[in-house]
Each structure stands twice: as structure tokens, then as C-alpha cells.
Design a protein around this ligand. Structure first.
Ligand code: TYM
Length: 322
């Protein structure tokens, strides 16, 4: 086995990937993976907390795998796998469940969010942090690259490791999150965090038309052209920071002087997003379903072997191995 530190991250196959996912997570995956022993997971059991259509889930799993490959994760150098191919994650979740309390899990943002909206959370959603802790800890992960919204989940993983170690002896390493501060929270077209569940996304691999329409629909204030615009309150400008580096000094000046309108600013943003996405999208279009299935099969086997090795230690530590 490699002596590199271990990196693991994952994405839920719960809908189309958006540019928040790309900037907050995927791009870091590509930059970081060569320096680590890296595993990238498709969190299909997590997606079951919100998805009830088998055909949709199957299609989404295929999409995430293609996204991973299109952005440049090399299956010869990293392990790409489906969470459900490693049932040991669910097994370890149960063991963590027996170590944590209900009030502890009630602090989770996703759960509190549902509750505050008066919606009923299923037990899977309630237990989401423990499945994610199992995902991370079962591979002895050192670093977890994620967006800001996942910080609390990595904290839960550290807590699970420490509670287990305290009860049964030192088995798990405490992982660290890796969050790029300048892309920690990418805003969506309504100014809130970009999220599949808010329906405010700009799709990463949408068609030209889909991307242009999403950008055209970004909410702005009603400053008329000719008057200075506040770049720090503008979602269009916030996205320019990530896609329009070379235009930024001019844009800043134009915003200050009021010599650009929102329409023009949006057109430039859409063009810059498309210039970045087009080559990746072409690469993605060339990936066959058959290739994906082969890669996931191999990845699943590799991941499972590693998880099984850890679970032998865990089962012994808790006392179920005779
Ligand atoms: P998911 O599928 O919601 O999101 C995938 C990644 O994208 C990041 N992200 C964002 N970053 C910046 N701005 C945004 N607007 C934005 N929206 C999403 C997320 O922070 C995340 O890094 N629970 C995880 C999946 C998961 C996982 C794991 C991750 C399951 N097990 C183990 C790491 C390790 C999730 O729902 O991500």
C-alpha cells in the first residue's frame, strides 16, 4: 500500500451537478488527488434519504461517475466507487449509532433545517452524519475536501472516531476537512447558497442554452445602467470572481463607474462559464456507460477490500468476533 496520506470525498447522486459542486469540491479533487492515496465515492445510500425513484437514482449514479471522469479523475490512479458496493459502510454506521445519542444528532444542520420548515425527516436523514462518518473513517482518511456546508459532517466524523476509540481502544484516525475559503459557499441564482434542493443552480454540464438561461435568471437589484453598481452585493460579480479572472480589473472599474449593465455583465459571465465547461463537456460526452460500469466495478472491489480489512479490526474491538 502507498505511504501517501489518504484522501476521501463524495457526492450525492441526487440531481445534476452544478457549478457550486465544481468550485467547492470537484476542482479541488483534481488538484489534490496526485498528492494523496485518493478515493472518490458516489454516495448513493445518502441519496436515498431524498430519492424514491429507482430509475432516477440509477441515472444519477451514472451521471456522477461521468462527472468525476470528465473533470479529470483518472481511474488508474484513484479509486472511484459506489457507496452501496461496500456494505461495510452501513455496518459501521450501526456501530456508531450505538455510541451516539439522539440529542447529539439533533444538532445536525440538515436535520434542523427540515424540522424548522415543519417537514418530517426520515431516520436516514437523521442518521446521515453517522453514515458519512463511516464513509470517511473506514478508510483511515486523513483529509476530506468539501465545501463549507459539509464542515459539520466532518466534525461529526471526528466525534464518532473519538467516541469509538474511547469505548473500544484506538482504531480510528481523526480526519480533517479541506475547505478552500474563497469557494466555500458559491451563491445560486437567487443569492442563497447554490443547492440542488433550492432549485437555484447553474448546471455544470448543461447545454449552452441551459447555462445561458440560468445566468440570465440571476437575481440582481434594479440599478439602471449608467449608475454605479455594488459589486460586493451582486451575485453576478461573485461568480465573475471564479470564471472571469482576466476580466476582473475591468469589471471592477465598470461596476464602479456604472459603465456596464447587468445584462452585459451576465452575457460575459455566461460566455466565460461556457469557455471553461465546453472542453470538459466534450470529454464527458465521449464516456460510454459500459466504461463507467467497468470502472465502478473495479473501484468497488478495491474499496471493499480496504473496508473489510478495517472492519475485521472493528468487529474484534467491539467483541462480536469469537
Ligand atoms: P453534496 O452532494 O451535497 O455536494 C458535493 C460537494 O459539493 C459541495 N457544494 C458546494 N460548495 C460550494 N458552494 C456550494 N454552493 C456548494 N454546494 C455543494 C459540498 O460541500 C460537497 O463537498 N454529504 C455529502 C456527500 C458525502 C460525502 C461523504 C462527502 C457523503 N459521504 C464523505 C465527503 C466525504 C454531500 O451531500 O455532498
Amino acid at each position: 500500500m502507498s505511504d501517501k496520506k489518504i484522501l476521501l470525498s463524495g457526492m450525492q447522486p441526487s440531481g445534476k451537478m452544478h457549478i457550486g459542486n465544481y468550485l467547492g469540491a470537484l476542482r479541488q479533487f483534481v488538484e489534490l488527488y496526485p498528492s494523496y492515496d485518493s478515493l472518490f465515492m458516489i454516495a448513493d445510500y445518502h441519496a436515498l434519504t431524498s430519492l424514491r425513484r429507482a430509475d432516477q437514482l440509477r441515472a444519477n449514479i451514472m451521471e456522477v461517475a461521468k462527472d468525476y471522469l470528465a473533470i479529470g479523475l483518472d481511474p488508474e490512479k484513484v479509486v472511484i466507487f459506489q457507496q452501496s458496493d461496500v456494505p461495510e459502510h452501513a455496518e459501521l454506521t450501526w456501530i456508531f449509532n450505538c455510541l451516539v445519542t439522539v440529542p447529539f444528532l439533533m444538532q445536525a444542520h440538515a436535520f434542523k433545517d427540515k424540522q424548522s420548515k415543519g417537514l418530517e425527516a426520515n431516520v436516514g436523514l437523521f442518521d446521515y452524519p453517522m453514515l458519512m462518518a463511516a464513509d470517511i473513517l473506514i478508510y483511515g482518511t486523513d483529509v476530506v475536501p468539501v465545501g463549507q456546508d459539509q464542515r459539520q459532517h466532518v466534525e461529526y466524523a471526528r466525534e464518532a472516531a473519538s467516541k469509538f476509540n474511547l469505548a473500544f481502544g484506538p482504531v480510528f484516525k481523526e480526519p480533517a476537512e479541506y475547505i478552500m475559503e474563497n469557494v466555500a459557499i458559491i451563491p445560486g441564482i437567487d443569492g442563497r447558497k447554490m443547492s440542488k434542493s433550492y432549485g437555484n443552480t447553474i448546471p455544470l454540464f448543461g447545454t449552452d442554452e441551459e447555462i445561458k438561461t440560468a445566468v440570465a435568471n440571476i437575481k440582481t437589484d434594479s440599478t439602471p445602467k449608467g449608475q454605479p453598481m455594488d459589486k460586493d452585493k451582486d451575485t453576478v460579480f461573485a461568480l465573475h470572481r471564479h470564471f472571469s479572472q482576466k476580466d476582473l480589473p475591468d469589471l471592477e472599474k465598470n461596476y464602479q463607474e456604472g459603465s456596464i449593465g447587468y445584462q452585459e455583465s451576465k452575457n460575459l459571465l455566461a460566455e466565460n462559464i461556457l469557455n471553461m465547461i465546453r472542453p470538459l463537456r466534450d470529454r464527458r460526452d465521449a464516456i460510454s456507460d459500459k466504461k463507467v460500469i467497468d470502472i465502478l466495478k473495479t473501484g468497488g472491489e478495491k474499496a471493499r477490500e480496504r473496508a473489510e480489512e478495517k472492519m475485521r479490526v472493528v468487529r474484534k474491538a467491539v467483541g462480536v468476533t469469537l
